[in-house]
Design a protein around this ligand. Structure first.
Ligand SMILES: Cc1cc2nc3c(=O)[nH]c(=O)nc-3n(C[C@H](O)[C@H](O)[C@H](O)COP(=O)(O)O)c2cc1C
Length: 173
């Protein structure tokens, strides 16, 4: 599949078939995440790679729109690391959110290339979700849970698409 096809065929997959994701594939996804652009290469991120079924189930209870985690083979919890982020002239949070979002996108595109379904689940800035994850995974105070990616072999098939809208583009030529 060429790279444009990988991008267009990635859809949020919320139903999974049985099947563990091996650690090698999880590591590839994490390598992709940590290959993302990051302001001044500060890499202000930390990842929890979760494959424990009990923890995945509890995580599903913490995220109101994350019920698919009960069936997921794995999840990656992406945390920001505010003290590492490049602040520029602006102060906290600097570019942490952009850097971590780029990492999440790389991770889910890598999953797609490996034939693994994913869905990005919002955490930050919802206080309850942040604190729920902090408690569940004993996330230290210097990290900030930002997002969860639910992962599993696809149990549903959604058509490739873009939401391209010409009215949202101004060509400056
Ligand atoms: C910041 C963010 C938060 C999201 N949170 C959720 C969520 O809590 N639950 C969920 O099922 N999908 C969530 N999604 C996935 C979106 O619903 C999905 O990407 C969007 O509907 C477009 O569909 P597609 O991913 O299939 O292209 C989230 C996506 C983003 C970027």
């Amino acid at each position: 599949m060429d790279f444009q096809d990988i991008i267009l065929s990635r859809r949020s997959i919320r139903r999974y078939r049985e099947g563990a994701i091996d650690r090698g594939d999880l590591k590839k996804m994490l390598e992709a995440a940590m290959a993302a652009p990051s302001a001044v290469a500060k890499d202000p991120w930390f990842f929890y790679a979760v494959t424990n079924a009990g923890v995945l189930s509890t995580l599903a209870g913490v995220l109101p729109y994350g019920k698919m985690l009960k069936q997921a083979a794995a999840a990656v919890v992406i945390c920001g690391y505010p003290q590492k982020a490049y602040l520029g002239e602006t102060g906290e949070p600097g570019y942490m959110l952009q850097d971590c979002s780029a990492a999440v996108e790389n991770l889910i595109l890598s999953a797609q290339a490996l034939g693994i379904g994913s869905v990005w689940l919002g955490v930050y800035p919802n206080r309850d979700r942040i604190e729920g994850i902090r408690e569940l995974l004993s996330v230290p105070d210097n990290l900030l849970p930002l997002a969860v990616v639910s992962l599993g072999y696809p149990g549903e098939s959604l058509p490739p698409r873009t939401r391209y809208d010409e009215s949202l583009v101004s060509w400056v030529e």
